[in-house]
Design a protein around this ligand. Structure first.
Ligand SMILES: [Zn+2]
Ligand SMILES: [Zn+2]
Length: 122
């Protein structure tokens, strides 16, 4: 861990593991921000949400957006160190384009030819 990360966290925020921008803990719609609003990456610092007790401390990549109903979206993060999967509520000021790009990723890289779906054609 870099020293500046620890310093930043003590002063109420953290430096993003991915894009390096400074992120404050305060945000709209969530009490505990755990991911970067710009690139959506997180860090594996919790065993349980908010406890900050994980020894892993590796970057967590945003791999998907999950819909929870009622229009609420959640981010799915996967730890690059241990493979741990976690879902997190999105925050009110998360970058909408970054969220959309993540949600559309499987559509823009389909695993099968979409043109061949049944029901298409004249
Ligand atoms: Zn970031
Ligand atoms: Zn981990």
């Amino acid at each position: 861990m870099k020293h500046q990360d620890r310093h930043a966290r003590d002063s109420g925020g953290f430096s993003c593991v991915h894009c390096g921008r400074f992120v404050t803990h305060r945000s709209y719609g969530t009490r505990q921000r755990n991911h970067c609003p710009h690139c959506l990456w997180s860090r594996h610092v919790d065993d349980k949400v908010g406890d900050r007790r994980s020894a892993c401390n590796q970057p967590m990549e945003p791999i998907a957006v999950a819909s929870r109903g009622g229009g609420e979206w959640a981010l799915v993060h996967r730890c690059q160190g241990c493979g741990h999967l976690r879902t997190n509520r999105i925050a009110g000021d998360d970058d909408e384009l970054a969220l959309l790009a993540l949600a559309l990723r499987p559509i823009s890289h389909p695993a099968f030819p979409i043109d061949c779906l049944p029901g298409r054609g004249p």
